[in-house]
Design a binder for this molecule. Structure first.
Ligand SMILES: *Cc1c(COP(=O)(O)O)cnc(C)c1O
Length: 233
């Protein structure tokens, strides 16, 4: 695990890259939230973020995230990893957002646990906007049907969409067209359902610039902040 001074240097580098992308594409800096991804790193990663006045972090494994929540009540945790419906009971009400809803079954489970606990769980729909066979996510074609169901449920609130671009560092246009697909889908769904779906969680360490170009409102950054080598856990 890196030292906090190194984290602070990385953080200011990432922030200035976000700022220059914003300038380049005419975006306003306050439209974009930086979500540090602390998965695979010890609790210190969360502490560094808290010390830097960052309010939310992303985690992709339920158990790991739940253990980091202990002693971090002031932090918000967002679930960005695949969720099995039988684990819904462990996550509803614990995560400030579940970004990975991608099926009717999972949506129904999250909704019923939320209703049982008398709460409304904020969620994003994960869309496989890059048609990547290796990625989770509802297809672009099936998103409307999923939303039709979502609007009948009282235990969840769909704030927007999330995607993970296909990995192709040699050809950045692959990521960019994935993000553009998601933005267009959001615009169509906003019109269709008369709802803003204002959150677009897209862009990671390797494709932040492309994501900001296409309207991202949340960049999920792991390696650019904490380094590449994940420790053995
Ligand atoms: C790990 C992860 C990230 C961060 O990826 P980096 O390339 O390390 O920035 C972002 N989003 C999801 C869903 C992840 O699992």
């Amino acid at each position: 695990m890196i030292k906090e001074t190194e984290f602070l240097e990385n953080l200011s580098k990432v922030k200035s890259e976000i700022a220059s992308s914003c300038l380049k594409y005419g975006r306003s800096l306050d439209e974009i939230t930086l979500l540090p991804v602390t998965k695979n790193w010890p609790i210190d990663a969360v502490t560094f973020c808290r010390n830097s006045k960052i309010k939310s972090v992303g985690e992709n494994r339920v158990q790991e995230a739940l253990s980091k929540m202990d002693g971090n009540q002031s932090m918000n945790f967002e679930l960005i990893g695949h969720l099995q419906s039988n684990k819904a009971k462990h996550v509803v009400g614990k995560f400030s957002s579940i970004q990975t809803i991608d099926s009717l079954k999972l949506m129904d489970r999250v909704n019923s646990v939320a209703l049982l606990n008398d709460l409304i769980q904020p969620v994003l729909l994960q869309v496989n906007a890059g048609n990547d066979p290796a990625k989770f996510g509802v297809s672009i074609e099936d998103t409307e049907a999923l939303l039709e169901h979502a609007v009948t449920l009282n235990g969840i609130c769909v704030d927007g969409f999330m995607t993970i671009a296909p990995y192709d560092p040699q050809n950045k246009s692959v990521a960019r067209s994935c993000f553009s697909n998601l933005r267009n889908l959001r615009d169509q769904m906003s019109e269709r359902f008369d709802c803003r779906f204002s959150k677009l969680s897209m862009g990671m360490s390797g494709d932040m610039d492309e994501a900001i170009a296409e309207g991202s409102t949340m960049i999920r950054v792991g390696s650019a902040l904490f380094g590449n080598r994940a420790p053995v856990v």
